[in-house]
Design a protein around this ligand. Sequence first.
Ligand SMILES: *[C@@H]1O[C@H](CO)[C@@H](O)[C@H](O)[C@H]1NC(C)=O
Ligand SMILES: *[C@@H]1O[C@H](CO)[C@@H](O)[C@H](O)[C@H]1NC(C)=O
Ligand SMILES: *[C@@H]1O[C@H](CO)[C@@H](O)[C@H](O)[C@H]1NC(C)=O
Ligand SMILES: *[C@@H]1O[C@H](CO)[C@@H](O)[C@H](O)[C@H]1NC(C)=O
Ligand SMILES: *[C@@H]1O[C@H](CO)[C@@H](O)[C@H](O)[C@H]1NC(C)=O
Ligand SMILES: *[C@@H]1O[C@H](CO)[C@@H](O)[C@H](O)[C@H]1NC(C)=O
Length: 800
Amino acid sequence: MKHPQLTLISLLFFTSAIAETFKNLDSHPQFPCKPPHFSSYPFCNVSLSIKQRAISLVSFLTLTEKVGQLSNTAASVPRLGIPPYEWWSESLHGIADNGPGVSFNGSISSATSFPQVIVSASSFNRTLWYEIGSAVAVEARAMYNGGQAGLTFWAPNINVFRDPRWGRGQETPGEDPKVVSEYGVEFVRGFQENRKRKVLTRRFGDGVVDDDARYDDDGDDGKLMVSACCKHFTAYDLEKWGNFTRYDFNAVVTEQDMEDTYQPPFQSCIRDGKASCLMCSYNAVNGVPACAQEDLLKKARVEWGFEGYITSDCDAVATIFEYQGYTKSPEEAVADAIKAGVDINCGTYMLRNTKSAILKGKVSEEQVDQALLNLFAVQLRLGLFDGDPREGLYAKLGSNDICSSDHRKLALEAARQGIVLLKNDHKLLPLKKNHVSSLAIVGPMANNISNMGGTYTGKPCQRKTLFTELLEYVKKTSYVSGCSDVSCDSDNGFGEALAIAKGADFVIVVAGLDLSQETEDKDRVSLSLPGKQRDLVSSVAAVSKKPVILVLTGGGPVDVTFAKTDPRIGSIIWIGYPGETGGQALAEIIFGDFNPGGKLPMTWYPESFTDVAMSDMHMRADSSRGYPGRTYRFYTGPQVYSFGTGLSYTKFDYKITSAPTRLSLSELLPQQSSHKKLLLQHGEEEQLRYLQLDDAMVTSCETLRFHVRVNVSNTGEIDGSHVLMMYSKMPPVISGVPEKQLIGFDRVHVHSNEMIETVFVIDPCKHLIVANDVGKRVIPLGIHVLFLGDLLQHSLSVEL
Ligand SMILES: *[C@@H]1O[C@H](CO)[C@@H](O)[C@H](O)[C@H]1NC(C)=O
Ligand SMILES: *[C@@H]1O[C@H](CO)[C@@H](O)[C@H](O)[C@H]1NC(C)=O
Ligand SMILES: *[C@@H]1O[C@H](CO)[C@@H](O)[C@H](O)[C@H]1NC(C)=O
Ligand SMILES: *[C@@H]1O[C@H](CO)[C@@H](O)[C@H](O)[C@H]1NC(C)=O
Ligand SMILES: *[C@@H]1O[C@H](CO)[C@@H](O)[C@H](O)[C@H]1NC(C)=O
Ligand SMILES: *[C@@H]1O[C@H](CO)[C@@H](O)[C@H](O)[C@H]1NC(C)=O
């Protein structure tokens, strides 16, 4: 979201607008449709439809005024009483000031900083994801009311975490397209809607996991509390690696990978999440810059039902010409983007080049009008043209709604639920509170708040480090950084670290990554701990009285094989970027006040994975060229920790209590059903091997859904939450079938020595599918093996 070329014009413009705002005390001195002079336009008439109002608004504008709307910093139209509007605000895991739309200069000086997305994702808790979206939306509206934020936010980031080196993997919900999809839907729903999440399906004991039945769309004519944006469309997940940069990278993607890895999160975010914005990315996809991808952008509107605006990433229209060299002139870049469906450009490129593009006949004014209709429709749905903001539905939200105790508790809950226990030999953890007389904390991240939230962090409500929170539990806690920073280039500080380690009852070493290693515009080249960190960990472990507790920070996986196998390292806890309450969550887990239940949402690869070119977008393994594949679905090489790893202080057992053993798809055959477009396909042999879903619109087949009932018991001594993960392994009837694929997950809480029931609803057209080599979804016929965790298997024969 930042670009070296981004001109300062928009930023300067904005700064003066803000200053103006505060001089006036009133946060919104000017608002569209302000009485008495500006309220009688048809676009102000709330009795008219959004579409009619948008058409009216466009009809009043001159060409110059129209072009002035095509930047994130949209110009004012003084003669119509329309003030400037800043489209670019950020809210990835709390309100962040990366964009010019948000400012913490004002009566609101902080906002709740939730854990980075990869951490919240590790909770595998849909309710939590939705609630985070809702809480951030409340803070967003409150900041808007204070004149400190816009209403259009550019989150979530739903690119699949394809490569462990990716600097922005931390911003995503991990590597599995289904998990990423569901996170996106929950966050967007929570964010855009002003209502409680409707749990329509909690009927069987604790839960039914049903993707389709979670929301009840009662007609709300598309009103938005705030607007969310699904980004970055598409196949974007490389910052700067080798000779590649995100600005000039051409992602070469097969149709198969596109259909069942890269696109599903976007399809869900739009179709099920009903996101009101889509952001196209810098990179090209198969030779065409993403912001000039007419086929893909149109598909989103036509096939996925997208209603909203499409923005470019910042200066991603400029890059079409300047970096990708895809067009011969700036005007053609602008024209290609607008014709492809881009409505607004982050940056000034469209502002500067659209008029001449029209004069040169590269794009028509009518095509610009279409973009404006999309933009105004979103502003209208947000209520921006409904009159005085002090009287609107959300007018009461203000500084009391920011950093509220509810929101901070939710941030704490997210950190607790997301932190992952990776190793716990001989039950080293939890430590018994009254049996620890002294604690030593070592590591450069342990007493530094600045990177606790990862990228896109605003100003947290509180500033407590891991060390200060641990101090709350044990008075005699000492701290030494060991290395001067995370890069850890020198062992000069090791002596001090060893000294406090030797003297303490227990030792916690905090190692891993911060944003100096992985961030926007920066990928890693190694998966090992930075610099001499490994030596620090091992040498501290060697002198400590008892096995040490290793706490790992960072969003990307780290090859900690040495720690996994070292008996002097008793426990390993991954905290990612746990946000402002991360220290408390960690301390609670270490001392047993919270029983961890998070699971890794991404594969942890060994260092040898760095032999794979990051620029290779293939998901599927290819042994003919020694390519190991990517993510748990396709990767065939050794792993440090696998997707779904995560321990608890208690033990869970489960059994499948009911599930069908055969499933007939015969009703999907065209002659027998209304699914006329489902075509029967077969291979070279006479035998039928799969059913192909030819119609992209067929995304579920309700009548064929079936239930898998599972009983989960907690057989240990401590209450706890457990993430059930149901996978399927399908028959290899076509090439490129995954090793296994997550088809359902549910986080359940089970008291010690109790049992609960959970029910997975499986939809064959959604869950038992794979894309073939031309990107058509097929349901393989034959035995699908359903797995629960690693142990439990159930065979399902899928037949005609
Ligand atoms: C608003 O639109 C409605 C429906 O077309 C119309 O009846 C009404 O007169 C309009 N109000 C104003 C103030 O123009
Ligand atoms: C916010 O305030 C600080 C210090 O008062 C100042 O340096 C900064 O420029 C201000 N930022 C904006 C966006 O007004
Ligand atoms: C980068 O480019 C140089 C010069 O063209 C080439 O020698 C090198 O192999 C490239 N590196 C990678 C990682 O592709
Ligand atoms: C905290 O970390 C940041 C980012 O690495 C660094 O700039 C800063 O100097 C550190 N602060 C302390 C007190 O070590
Ligand atoms: C899921 O998250 C919600 C919201 O924080 C929480 O109330 C609930 O207990 C969580 N569920 C489990 C099983 O942990
Ligand atoms: C599964 O759990 C349900 C609800 O707790 C219980 O009624 C049922 O008897 C259990 N079934 C088995 C086979 O344990």
